[in-house]
Write a protein that binds this ligand. Structure first.
Ligand code: PAF
Length: 305
């Protein structure tokens, strides 16, 4: 069993679900936040699998970390990918040296950014596929979740029946597949304003899923030629089905008028496509559409201020 506290950096939907399940398992969870006005205990209800037979809900309280205490066992980072630099730099003085930091976010480049900011901590990726969203004081876990990791081994102790932590020695492959799933699901759900499951229910959306998955397969195959035809399609379809009731993180961001993770997802893949001399027209137009939605919101905010 893991000795010591687990500190979560980023109490969005995924951070809250992870924290709730670890707390329920009896592990001590705390949070670190760089904002001075966000230092009170965080209280919410964790709602698991609403609308299914396994549905249940329980209250959760997560206390702020006190860096004057003995060092924790682990840091789990569940920030939006574009927040890494600012938040980790601000928190650096409070992060104990030598303690493992696990980056559980969408998109690519998270581990590299954290390793630069925290050179005295071992930094590892953790690939999470949970479908989670927030609705007021509820953190809803819509399903589909597991976390894949390779190191450190203590992550295996965090496993629960609702969120298994699975050791996967081929983590680069798991990261590539997760990136591909995010590049298909997130922009399409955000542009069409639909839950994940509708991507497989509506014929027009099924066509778009197929088309964009084909484009992404070509890019991913150029990155990792051992990727087999059908493997990526099966994976993406599996994630959509397992998280059918979820509001994707990008749709939640667009609805809330927040910046999205499009740059570290579609932006990353389009940059790799350019390197390989490939076109990905639908991915490219989804990338543009999400950026336009972000701009529209910026303009409407500017015109209100
Ligand atoms: O970003 C998300 O919403 C999630 O990573 C996923 C797995 C696509 C489920 O909605």
């Amino acid at each position: 069993m893991t000795e010591g506290r687990i500190v979560i950096i980023g109490l969005g939907a995924v951070g809250r679900i992870t924290g709730a399940l670890l707390t329920e398992k009896g592990l001590e969870c705390r949070f670190l936040d760089s904002r001075e006005d966000h230092q009170d205990p965080v209280r919410y209800t964790c709602s698991l699998f609403p609308g299914t037979l396994g549905e249940r809900a329980f209250p959760v309280t997560i206390l702020p970390e006190d860096p004057r205490e003995e060092a924790p066992a682990l840091y789990l980072v569940t920030l939006k990918s574009w927040m890494n630099e600012e938040v980790l730099t601000a928190l650096r003085p409070q992060i104990s040296r030598g303690i493992p930091v696990v980056m559980m976010q969408n998109g690519m480049g998270n581990t590299e950014t954290a390793a630069m900011i925290l050179p005295e901590n071992p930094v590892f990726p953790g690939v999470i596929t949970a479908g989670a969203y927030r609705k007021g004081d509820l953190a809803v876990y819509a399903g589909g979740g597991c976390v894949r990791y390779d190191r450190p081994p203590i992550l295996g102790d965090l496993s629960t029946p609702d969120l298994p932590w699975i050791r996967d020695p081929d983590l680069p492959r798991a990261m590539l597949l997760k990136l591909a799933a995010n590049a298909v699901i997130n922009p399409l759900t955000a542009v069409h304003n639909v839950r994940n499951g509708e991507l497989l229910e509506r014929a027009d959306l099924q066509d778009q899923v197929k088309e964009i998955t084909g484009e992404i397969y070509n890019i991913c195959h150029a990155e990792d030629p051992s990727l087999k035809p059908g493997e990526l399609e099966d994976y993406v379809t599996g994630v959509i089905s397992a998280t059918a009731g979820n509001i994707s993180s990008m749709l939640a961001d667009v609805r809330a008028g927040r910046r999205t993770e499009i740059r570290s997802i579609a932006g990353h893949l389009l940059a790799r496509a350019r390197e390989h001399g490939m076109d990905a027209p639908l991915l490219s137009s989804m990338n543009q559409a999400i950026r336009s939605l972000e701009k529209e919101h910026d303009q409407s905010t500017d015109s209100r201020s």
